[in-house]
Design a protein around this ligand. Structure first.
Ligand code: FES
Length: 113
């Protein structure tokens, strides 16, 4: 297991996101956290539709009104708190969740590797 500090919670927009990678080489694990108030959720950056990264713009994973995670490729919408797709081509599938916690004001993720 690899535990990685993503950053200080206070540095992440509310609501907002921050990307992270774990590991080196051409294929590190790529993920992102979503902050909403004091809550933080973390997912692999992998759309369940055809496996593209969800975002085209660095750190940009939310809809314009910040109410859902959106895949930039074909518009799938995922719930921020569960990762479940509720609209789009992969409706019913869920993003792969990453273990995440806030400790002493810092956001940490744990990735199996
Ligand atoms: S790759 Fe995400 S909706 Fe198609």
């Amino acid at each position: 297991m690899n535990e990685v500090r993503v950053g200080a919670l206070a540095e992440i927009d509310d609501p907002g996101c921050r990307e992270f990678t774990v590991g080196d080489g051409d294929w590190p694990f790529r993920g992102f956290v979503v902050r909403r108030g004091a809550a933080v959720y973390a997912y692999e950056n992998y759309c369940m539709h055809v496996g593209h990264p969800l975002n085209w713009v660095p750190g940009k994973f939310l809809t314009g009104d910040n109410t859902a995670i959106v895949c930039a490729s074909h518009g799938a919408l995922y719930a921020i708190d569960t990762g479940e797709c509720f609209s789009g081509p992969c409706k019913g599938d869920s993003l792969r969740r990453v273990a995440c916690e806030v400790r002493n004001g810092d956001v940490w993720v744990t990735v199996a590797a």
